[in-house]
Design a protein around this ligand. Structure first.
Ligand code: SF4
Ligand code: SF4
Length: 303
């Protein structure tokens, strides 16, 4: 069993309880306008180029047989992504590490071997393995095989999901996952479609299914100033939360701008939104706005 992984991050402390290793899978059916992991969207490999690291040695121009690297009349380095066949030869020649291939095909054994390196830390901290993305439900067989292998090694398991998948597939995750972290991006269908590219209904329906089956889900709300941090959404969150009697908790995920540089490095254009991370007062205002709707979030107020 193999899957496409774009990162394995050790010593994660924000992806579930304790110290964890987070396995980031490539491929996501959503297209959130604020995505901070744009390298996860496509399920295929991508070539990343960081101009600030490039020393202008031109080794990549010689290495590429397909014309993927060019220099214009001013000597500016240009990547022709239509010509690129993703062979990875240029990456091998780039000692400055300006070039990087994002995404790797890995077997379950290879991933679990990496994850098991930090087992002592999981045991002392209550941590384990988290599968994130991208979307774990987008590579369901691989995700399920990873979770099964982790459980056989006695590890605590978690997934971070948008919940956009078939309910019969999501049900298969229940016995293998100790912690579900489930993101609700919007609570109005037309806004959800505009901001993520997919309908809201299957996501809410799956969340309610988990709840009705007694699964304690941590429900998370990515909030972006001027985009979805709006009274209508806070009201929608209040109505949704009131229906989730088994939820483990509710958490705000405040926007940050870390994804923007990645878009550029991957040749994916510029961010379609122009938001800033919230100031402390704005963030605390979100906590108050949700509390007014009867939602007690687990976030601490910022000072
Ligand atoms: S090999 Fe790397 S450092 Fe050299 S020109 Fe190409 S991208 Fe720049
Ligand atoms: S990955 Fe291969 S085809 Fe693409 S630019 Fe590099 S050498 Fe050329």
């Amino acid at each position: 069993m193999k899957g496409t992984v774009f990162d394995i991050q050790r010593f994660s402390i924000h992806d579930g309880p304790g110290i964890r290793t987070t396995v980031f899978l490539k491929g996501c059916p959503l297209n959130c306008l604020w995505c901070h992991n744009p390298e996860s969207k496509s399920k295929v490999q991508q070539l990343s180029f960081t101009p600030a690291r490039c020393i202008g040695c031109r080794a990549c121009l010689k290495a590429c047989k397909f014309g993927g690297h060019k220099a214009d009349d001013q000597g500016t380095h240009i990547i022709d992504r239509k010509a690129c066949m993703l062979c990875g030869e240029c990456v091998k020649t780039c000692y400055a590490e300006a070039l990087e291939m994002i995404g790797k095909t890995m077997s379950v054994d290879e991933v679990i071997t990496e994850v098991m390196k930090d087992k002592p830390f999981y045991e002392t901290s209550g941590g384990g393995m988290t599968i994130s993305g991208g979307e774990p439900l987008f590579q369901p067989d691989f995700s399920l095989a990873l979770l099964k292998a982790a459980k056989e090694k006695g590890l605590d398991t978690a997934i971070e999901t948008s919940g956009f998948g078939k309910p019969e597939i999501l049900k298969k995750f229940i016995p293998l996952v100790d912690h579900f972290m489930y993101d609700i991006k919007e609570t109005d269908d037309s806004r959800h479609r505009r901001l993520t590219g997919v309908p809201l209904e299957p996501i809410v329906s799956n969340l309610k299914m988990l709840n009705d089956l007694g699964v304690a889900v941590l429900v998370r709300f990515p909030l972006v100033p001027g985009v979805n941090a709006i009274p209508e959404h806070f009201e929608g969150i209040g109505k949704l939360a009131a229906q989730l009697d088994h939820a483990k908790g509710f958490e705000i995920m405040p926007f940050h701008r870390l994804g923007e540089g990645k878009l550029d490095r991957l040749g994916m254009g510029s961010s379609p939104i122009h938001a800033e991370a919230p100031e402390n007062a704005e963030f605390n205002g979100w906590i108050d706005a949700l509390a007014a709707q009867g939602v007690k979030v687990i976030n601490e107020r910022k000072k």
